[in-house]
Ligand binder design. Structure first.
Ligand SMILES: [Zn+2]
Length: 277
């Protein structure tokens, strides 16, 4: 696979977490409470910094106070402290807001978009298909699909860059056939991971040690390593069951073919457990 030198580094940050039963993430896991971190990928491109998702923020608490969005906050207890805000963690890495050239969104669930308002005027990249799904959702329909419309900045439409999910790119990520070269320089590839959300965006980072961010295609690395799905009722509630299975099967195959690629589900803590940080 052709390597591209525009990406010089990658960091993976935790920005808040929720507590949920482990069983909901893997059908063979026990009913034991576990932390599921919300994460942000920090991509050091020679042009500047690109982020993958934004994690939680205090805006999440503000926007989930009232019904129907309070349903979300009650069913998924969220823990977030300003001390660990995305902006603070970025500044500890020496990154200022003006260094950020773009935010690549995997999908519109609150734990992925809650920090958008903290990064004004930064362009936002997302699959068109994904945006179409939620664009007109409000009230209870939005709440039931994990979307809190007021987390989107008011100028979202002006900032968003809608990506097609049906392009062919000059890279082979078998068994994925189509991917979008986001910056047209062979560095960042958007891969459509339908299922958990329609048009969910996985991000393949083409660097020396490649990284594949797979969002919520599964919640635990064990899921893609052994092709284990969450229980049926979780898949039923959260998205398209058939597409969910198909996508996980593809990631499982991709992993078997590309053991050198670091595959990171957004809410899996194995990365930090291994690093022991
Ligand atoms: Zn999600």
């Amino acid at each position: 696979m052709k390597k591209h030198m525009n990406i010089v580094d990658f960091k993976w940050l935790k920005v808040g977490y929720c507590v949920q039963s482990e069983h909901f993430s893997l059908s063979n896991a026990p009913f034991r409470k576990k932390r599921f971190y919300a994460t942000v990928g920090v991509i050091y491109h020679t042009n500047g910094i690109y982020l993958y998702d934004t994690g939680y923020s205090s805006e999440f608490y503000k926007q989930t106070k009232k019904f129907p969005f309070s349903l979300y906050a009650k069913s998924v207890p969220v823990f977030y402290q300003e001390d660990n805000s995305l902006i603070k963690q970025l500044s500890e890495l020496g990154i200022q807001k003006e260094d950020i050239k773009g935010i690549i969104l995997s999908h519109f669930h609150a734990d992925h978009i809650a920090g958008l308002k903290e990064l004004p005027s930064v362009p936002i990249y997302v699959f068109k298909k994904c945006y179409k799904q939620i664009r007109h959702k409000s009230g209870i329909r939005a709440a039931l699909s994990g979307f809190v419309p007021n987390l989107l900045p008011t100028d979202f439409e002006k900032r968003v860059i809608l990506l097609e999910d049906n392009q062919k790119a000059d890279i082979s990520l078998k068994p994925f056939e189509k991917m979008t070269d986001i910056l047209n320089d062979g560095s960042l590839f958007a891969v459509c991971l339908d299922g958990h959300a329609d048009g969910q965006l996985g991000l393949y980072i083409n660097m020396d040690k490649p990284v594949f961010l797979i969002s919520d295609a599964c919640w635990s690395s064990e899921g893609f390593k052994k092709n284990i799905l969450p229980p049926w009722y979780v898949r039923f509630f959260l998205g398209n069951n058939k597409a969910y299975q198909k996508t996980l099967e593809k990631i499982y195959q991709f992993h078997l073919l590309n053991k050198d690629v670091l595959i990171l589900p957004s809410h899996c803590s194995e990365y930090w457990e291994k690093k022991n940080v």
